[in-house]
Ligand binder design. Structure first.
Ligand code: NZQ
Ligand code: ZN
Length: 385
């Protein structure tokens, strides 16, 4: 196991009806900006409930943060923050709203052009204070509620930023608030959680036994409850398990001290930026293809995954790995996702442009070993057709 630092300061307030705890979590007499997305929180009453439990604060609102939040939209919120001396940010929504809020917190405290926060890691490090953030999660998927990262759309790409200053102070996870999600968004959330987990697990053996067993626990739970929580969206326990898996798949716990491979996410971000495919959908397309192409390098962990997650013990090594990849694709398909680029009308002619975008974003040495060059990314995209 490698050396690591692990510090996660986010307080989780989990369960049915826990929204009422907001009053004790948001500082009294603060000037709060409540940020939300395209309207689901209004339509389903979550915003109203939030506002009701926050007496005694000066409340401002910023709605309209779109999925895959746009830099230009978020900069409008930065103007509001400065204009009204906001001292607390409350994100009510899914990953896009939480990520967008994190970006606003940084950008409002950055002296230069805020786009630099996305294009130059050194700029993020130059920000030494931010506005505290709380979240009320309405979509279990990204883990943004308990991590220090975010993704913002800028200049035709999806760019990642990270700063310990944007860990939410608290996150309220009430599974009931997610009941209104359409089936496709639940499937996206299950797949995103699944892929976050395997990207920190299906690499090479590193004696991270706790991390491996915990990752396997998350994967097995998703397989157990995935279809059920789509078919029976108001089954509290199934949904509660999804919500808690999503948070723990990307809060630093299972990735501490072990190799990580973010190839799926990095290529996936390009597919979202270029073709508008949902984040979770891109991952379902790419993961099986990546494992086919990287079978040799990931051999030992793929065999472990086959046995411990899918209970595949018969056949040669290659047969067991192939069966595990097939099982994974089948799982995604049963959730309603597609696992090929062609089902989104993307063909061989489109691949050059994706590879060029990877090059533009300097994503030329991906994977746990940095071996995934542009040529291998091309091979992966071809395998995903
Ligand atoms: O905008 P509204 O009207 O609220 O509708 C949203 C949106 O259309 C809707 N929705 C959310 N909660 C709902 C609901 N509809 C009904 N009932 C509810 N309870 O769902 C749609 C998708 O929302 P979005 O926030 O975009 O989805 P998600 O949570 O999957 O977030 C995706 C974003 O997170 C980034 C992705 O790249 C993408 O931009 N990621 C962030 C990560 C992180 N911070 O660590 C890691 C992830 O890998 C990911 O890259
Ligand atoms: Zn993701």
């Amino acid at each position: 196991m490698k050396n690591f630092n692990y510090h996660n300061p986010t307080q989780i307030v989990f369960g049915k009806g826990r929204l009422t705890k907001l009053d004790g979590l948001v500082p009294k007499n603060s000037r709060v900006l409540v940020l939300y997305g395209g309207g689901s929180v209004k339509k389903y009453g979550t915003l109203e409930k939030v506002l009701r439990v926050l007496p005694g604060r000066e409340i401002f609102e910023f709605g309209g943060i779109e999925p895959n939040p746009q830099f230009t939209t978020l900069m409008k919120a930065v103007v509001l923050v400065k204009q009204h001396n906001i001292d607390f940010l409350l994100a009510v929504g899914g990953g896009s709203v939480m990520d967008g809020t994190k970006f606003v917190a940084l950008a409002a405290n950055y002296d230069g052009d805020a786009a630099e926060l996305l294009t130059d890691r050194g700029s993020v490090a130059a920000v030494t204070k931010t506005i505290p953030i709380g979240t009320v999660v309405t979509l279990p998927a990204t883990g943004s509620e308990m991590n220090a990262g975010g993704v913002v759309s800028y200049a035709g790409g999806k760019l990642v930023f990270s700063s310990p200053l944007v860990f939410p102070v608290f996150s309220i996870l009430d599974p009931v608030l997610t009941y209104t999600l359409p089936a496709k968004q639940i499937a996206n959330g299950i797949i995103d959680t699944f892929i976050h987990t395997v990207e920190q697990y299906v690499t090479f053996p590193a004696e991270g036994r706790f991390q491996d067993r915990t990752a396997e626990g998350i994967l097995l739970t998703l397989i157990e409850i995935g279809k059920k929580t789509i078919d029976e969206p108001t089954d509290y326990d199934a949904r509660a398990n999804l919500v808690w898996c999503a948070t723990n798949a990307l809060n630093g716990l299972i990735g501490a001290g072990v190799p990580q491979d973010w190839t799926t996410h990095m290529i996936g971000h390009e597919l979202t930026a270029m073709f508008g495919i949902d984040h979770g959908e891109t991952l379902a397309i790419l993961q099986p293809a990546i494992w086919k192409v990287r079978k040799q390098q990931k051999r030992e962990k793929l065999l472990q995954y086959a046995e411990r997650v899918w209970n595949i013990t018969a056949g040669t090594d290659d047969e067991r790995i192939d069966a595990a990849i097939a099982k994974t694709s089948q799982f995604f398909q049963e959730l309603g996702a597609s696992t090929s680029l062609s089902s989104y009308d993307i063909g061989e002619n489109d691949i050059d442009a994706v590879v060029q975008a990877l090059e533009k974003h300097r994503l030329t040495k991906l994977s746990e070993t940095g071996e995934v060059t542009l040529a291998i990314s091309r091979e992966i995209l071809l395998a995903a057709l």
